[in-house]
Write a protein that binds this ligand. Structure first.
Ligand code: COI
Length: 355
């Protein structure tokens, strides 16, 4: 064990698994690096983080994560440029959102230095795991959960914050067909939809399974009141292009404040694309599909970046999106990944050098 100047303790793995990994054929999020960061909340405070060999964690069966679901996470990526430099994209946004989620789930907030220094040191140690192949990156998964015990339905007194990393390829291969949801909801007013709470994703699985049985891959979530407005696409924010205007729903307590979402909006504006942040009714999307003004529909998130939608289903009818030569989706994906992989000037100041 060696202790670093900033009190971050690093216990290095005795051997590396890196030679077992086929970096030319990476799936998404299923192979893990040699180390992970662990930070414990005990006796009313977050203790200094440690970097340890990647390993299983042991929990008491009464740990409150299992019973009351106090669990939140973030999704980030580390990118390698052609010179071997490693970069993060707007990591402070993830840190701020982690604490926003923590607050909503009555989990104690984490100090910024623990997140930023822990993350940077972990990635410096794992730099060889950051893939350089086009479209690949190191997916970084910070997460936090109640490790404290007890069947009493109240916040736990102990928590763990962990960062695990997975060299990853694309999240989706190709375009997806989605179903506009009319029965189930992802989030409700006053609920936890804006937080990156594990339960938000658990609640999506069953309606998504039903959609998959009907031949779709993902669900477009609509508001919980009347299923009148479109809100998110699968585990991503959603964008609609009607004629030449790019529209996305405003964030609120049901919609995640996606880092990719807000970056795409800024990039679109700087490209001279007309943008609108407003409620988008299902009726408007269906009418636009019928009259030919619906040009594009795509999801945006860290994992999938920009995920174009080929067709959507609503009330038993499927509507195809046109195949465009110069889509906003491909332009915006190109622009954002050029910044992320240090292939272009970063006029927004979003790139963060790891090493
Ligand atoms: C991400 O885009 O990073 C997310 O957090 C979505 C996740 C469910 C893969």
């Amino acid at each position: 064990m060696e202790t670093m100047a900033n009190t971050l303790v690093v216990e290095k793995a005795k051997t590396s698994k890196i030679h077992e990994v086929d970096f030319d054929n990476l799936s998404f999020g299923s192979t893990y690096t040699d180390h992970m960061l662990v930070c414990d909340y005990v006796n009313g405070e977050w203790k200094a983080p440690k970097i340890v060999p990647y390993q299983p964690i042991s929990l008491d069966p009464s740990a409150k994560i299992f019973h009351y679901g106090q669990s939140i996470f973030e999704g980030m990526k580390a990118y390698k440029d052609r010179d071997g430099g490693v970069w993060l994209f707007r990591p402070l946004e993830n840190f701020k959102r982690l604490n926003k989620s923590a607050k909503r789930l009555a989990i104690p907030e984490l100090p910024e230095a623990y997140f930023m220094e822990g993350l940077t040191t972990l990635l410096q140690l794992e730099r060889d795991w950051v893939p350089q192949n086009p479209g690949s990156s190191l997916y970084v998964r910070p997460f936090m959960f109640a490790s404290g015990t007890g069947f009493h339905a109240s916040p736990a007194d102990e928590y763990k914050f962990i960062i695990a990393c997975a060299p990853s390829g694309a999240y989706f291969s190709g375009k997806v067909k989605v179903l506009i949801e009319e029965t189930y909801s992802r989030a409700a007013n006053g609920g936890v939809g804006y937080a990156k709470a594990g339960g938000n994703y658990a609640g999506q699985f069953y309606p998504t399974q039903l959609a998959v049985e009907k031949g779709y891959q993902q669900v477009i979530w609509t508001d919980d009141n009347n299923h009148e407005f479109i809100e998110e696409a699968g585990a991503m924010n959603v964008f609609v292009r009607i004629n030449d205007t790019l529209i996305t729903a405003p964030t609120n307590d049901r919609i995640l404040d996606g880092v990719t979402r807000k970056s795409i909006l800024d990039i679109a504006k700087s490209e001279g694309i007309a943008t609108e942040v407003r409620k988008i009714s299902v009726k408007e999307v269906v009418e636009a599909a019928k009259n030919g003004s619906l040009k594009e529909l795509f999801g945006a998130g860290t994992a999938a970046v920009v995920s174009p939608i080929a067709a959507f289903g609503y009330q038993g009818v499927d509507y195809d999106l046109p195949e465009l030569e110069n889509s906003y989706a491909s332009l915006l994906k190109q622009r954002i990944t050029d910044i992320q992989y240090n292939r272009a000037e970063d006029k927004f100041g979003w790139r963060y050098k790891v090493i």
